[in-house]
Ligand binder design. Structure first.
Ligand SMILES: Cc1ncc(COP(=O)(O)O)c(C=O)c1O
Length: 488
């Protein structure tokens, strides 16, 4: 008799039930097209998904289906199941190359936006350094083969273990964030002999307000990040680290004012504030952080390009009196990775509910992922588009709410979505611009399995991060301790 846990076939069966879609069982069944047609049509001229939100190599193939990197998206979804993150490798490489060209050596990819070994290798191959914000990110980047001197360590509360690892391997830069950290680094350097004298930057909080969501605004006065410029803490940190007795090599200043920024003048104001400290101290590097925005929906304007951002930063530095010899760097995450990916889900239920307050109807389209693969709508009220990869240029006349499968009313992926009239259960549904802070923030909430990451390009696809299995869900559990281990 087969016992649970010992049979691979049984596990596969459970895997399928737990989220590895078996498309064959869904396609063509349970069509809910009729129910949707009963729902109230929204704007009948609702436009197709704007193609500018799709990755660079996205094409509408004959029959109106979506291909990316020369690969039919539906074929990938059939092969690896849903949900799945599909990344355009050429898009990632092109943004990394552009960042490197625009800023020069020293520009980093902010790995918090999206990290796996394949991504780290791409950023490194294309000439970027990599910014890591924890020992875990540092470990993954090192295991990807990125040389330690091409890594920059961030974090507002770096642990002793994280600092020891960074010092041991000879990390390229450490961005110090507090007086406690300075003390910790000094103490550690009294005990360990690093391969090289550590190069550090001081993270400065310039006290600049930016127009973005409060949770991703990091440069205003009331912030946990960095040393305050206004209070004099930044200058004090610079003096400490530049002193004759300091065991580190202070090379520059760092700042990061927030994320999803479209208005470059906020960066300009930041540079104006930092310029006196850069000039008087004679430091040779200034990193303006990340934060360049991307458009997530058709009604959002196009943000500046990485090239325009770099040009504006150099101009602002010149105007502020910062010498040309100072190396101006940045660390974009979202602007590199966000538009490179789409997430593909399978629709499992469609439900229209009456809205008594308006006499209208809301149609919930439920997909097989949710806040565990895209937390941004729940965390920041972020807005997304939805479309059907089989009908890319079709009008989307029906107003829908795309819901995830978690036990949370707030598990809504797309609040004001629109889809073609004939959408049905079993269809693939895609959300564009999910390449940054999607997989990176993914969780196992409700014990959902984190989706795979697939890279496409040159007519081929490869899975770079596999889908979790139910066995992975047990991987960290420790068996009940034997009584002998208990305190008597
Ligand atoms: C210090 C730092 N650098 C860079 C980034 C990347 O920002 P973005 O992805 O908006 O470019 C972040 C994001 O939180 C950050 O905290």
């Amino acid at each position: 008799m087969t016992t649970v846990g010992s049979s691979a076939a049984y596990r596969r069966q459970i895997d399928r039930r737990m989220g590895v879609a078996d498309p064959a069982t869904l396609h063509g069944s349970l069509s809910a097209g009729r129910r949707l047609r009963d729902a109230e049509p929204a704007d009948q001229d609702m436009a197709p998904v704007p193609l500018r939100l799709l990755p660079d190599t996205a094409e509408v193939a004959p029959g109106d289906s979506l291909s990316i990197g020369g690969v039919d998206v539906a074929t990938v979804a059939e092969a690896v199941g849903t949900p799945v993150f599909i990344y355009d490798e050429a898009h990632l490489r092109s943004r990394c190359r552009e960042a490197r060209r625009a800023f020069g050596d020293g520009v980093s990819f902010a790995s918090k936006a999206f990290l796996c070994r394949a991504m780290a290798r791409i950023a490194h191959d294309e000439g970027m350094m990599i910014d890591v914000a924890s020992g875990g990110e540092l470990y993954v980047a090192l295991r990807a083969g990125v040389p330690p001197e091409r890594l920059v360590l961030h974090g507002s509360n770096k642990s002793t273990d994280e600092l020891v690892l960074a010092l041991d391997v000879g990390i390229g830069r450490i961005v110090v964030d507090s007086f406690d950290e300075i003390e910790r680094v000094n103490l550690l350097l009294g005990r360990v002999a690093p391969a090289t004298r550590p190069r550090v930057l001081v993270r400065v909080n310039p006290g600049v307000e930016v127009s973005t969501h409060a949770s991703i605004a990091t440069g205003r006065e009331d912030s946990k990040f960095g040393f305050s410029l206004a209070s004099g803490a930044a200058a004090e940190a610079v003096n400490l680290l530049a002193s004759r007795h300091s065991p580190v090599d202070l090379v520059g200043l760092h700042t990061h004012i927030g994320s999803q920024i479209f208005d470059l003048s906020a960066f300009g104001r930041t540079i104006d504030s930092l310029a006196p400290l850069v000039v008087t101290t004679g430091l040779t590097e200034l990193c303006v952080g990340g934060g360049l925005g991307v458009a997530y929906t058709g009604d959002q304007k196009e943000p500046p390009t990485l090239t325009e951002w770099a040009t504006a930063m150099r101009h602002a530095c010149r105007v502020a009196g910062i010498p040309d010899s100072v190396r101006i760097t940045a660390e974009p995450g979202r602007a590199v990775a966000a538009t490179a990916a789409v997430t593909c889900y399978r629709i499992g239920a469609i439900k229209s509910v009456p809205l008594p307050s308006t006499d209208g109807v809301r149609t919930y389209v439920s997909v097989d992922g949710g806040m565990s693969d895209n937390l941004r709508p729940a965390l920041y009220d972020s807005r997304y588009e939805a479309f059907l990869p089989r009908a890319v240029t079709a009008p989307r006349p029906f107003a829908v709410t795309v819901a995830g499968k978690h036990c949370e009313s707030g598990d809504i992926l797309v609040r004001n979505g629109h889809l073609p009239q004939d959408v049905a259960v079993g269809d693939l549904l895609a959300t564009p611009v999910t390449g940054a802070y999607g997989y990176a923030m993914a969780s196992n909430y409700n014990k959902l399995l984190r989706p795979p990451v697939v890279f496409v390009g040159d007519g081929r696809y490869r899975t770079v991060t596999r889908r979790e299995t139910v066995e992975d869900l047990l991987g960290l559990d420790v068996d009940e301790p034997a009584l002998s281990h208990c305190v008597p």
